[in-house]
Design a protein around this ligand. Sequence first.
Ligand SMILES: Cc1cc2nc3c(=O)[nH]c(=O)nc-3n(C[C@H](O)[C@H](O)[C@H](O)COP(=O)(O)O)c2cc1C
Length: 355
Amino acid sequence: MLFEPIEIAGLHIPNRFVRSATHEWLAGEDGTPTPAIGDMYEELAKYDVGLIISGYSYVNPAGKSSQRQQGIYDDRFIGPYRQITERVHKYGSKIALQIVHGGRQALVTPEYPQTLAPSAVKDSSSGITPQAMTKEHIQQTIEDFAQAVRRAQAAGFDAAQLHIAHGFLLSSFISPYTNQRNDEWGGSVENRTHIIVDIIRRAREMVGWDFPIMAKMNATDGFGDRGLDAPECVDVAAALESAGVCAIEVSGGIFEAGEVMSRPGINSPEKEAYFREYARMIKQGVSIPVILVGGLRSRAVMEEMLASGCADMVSLCRPLIREPDLVVKFREGVQEAECTSCNGCFDEGGVRCNF
Ligand SMILES: Cc1cc2nc3c(=O)[nH]c(=O)nc-3n(C[C@H](O)[C@H](O)[C@H](O)COP(=O)(O)O)c2cc1C
């Protein structure tokens, strides 16, 4: 099944392999994407990755959360991104732009001294308490995300992916731990997903209905039912589907929860696919394609995830940093990725395998 094509809202993807969004630390200081990022994506396309998802791109300078992160907050980025998408489209791969606002995990700078979040819940990993967003902040954020979707389409991306995972702004809206509002933006699942519904509605006014908008969502914050977790994540996924999201990548973890997102030491089939049960539940609750990420290392487990109804696609981050040609190797009979999940690839000098 791994090498069978799939359609996401009419978008033809030649196989089931996704390059999960990976921050490369390769953009300019102001977020301008560089040819070095294009080199990476072109290599993945050359080696048959079906769907490439970009590193997370911030929709507003106040939402930047890492050095040398890509931006998409201004029309001046459309040209440089277009050069990148054209390089990918020389091959059969599709490419999506992941869009994000850092929220309570954004960088604190002299220009942006105050982080923003649905509620003023202190981030114990940084010691910083964000400012609770006003209604004006929320309306501005809806516009920022929608404009980013428009720019993604104008730059030749095949889709956009809303980053609703890992503790960043949209993820902090869907979590009952970080969203303690009692107005129309907090409380019930309907209210916690309200901002996403409005982003998609506004984006649709600009890009129409043919441009796929996907989501990477947290199924768990990473500390049990103190935060978002099962079974509520299924209701969140269903609400995203109703809002018009056309594929869901299932992930987990916020900064405060430690190494939940990119779990280290994946060295046996049992440790692989560590969000598999969340994906299985979500897949039963939605009818759009579900993409599983997190610790997928062996071809057999990937096949099993598709065959057993956990997911429709498999998404890889660290293995493709080490072996950008892994999809081709799998097709030629290799059974295991070389990645040891050491997390040495979190390299501010530019993403690379440092094992
Ligand atoms: C260096 C690095 C950068 C990452 N950047 C992003 C990102 O920009 N957006 C995102 O959603 N996840 C990001 N992640 C998380 C991965 O996409 C993925 O969810 C996680 O690493 C688990 O998958 P894996 O076991 O295949 O690495 C990053 C992970 C790593 C290791």
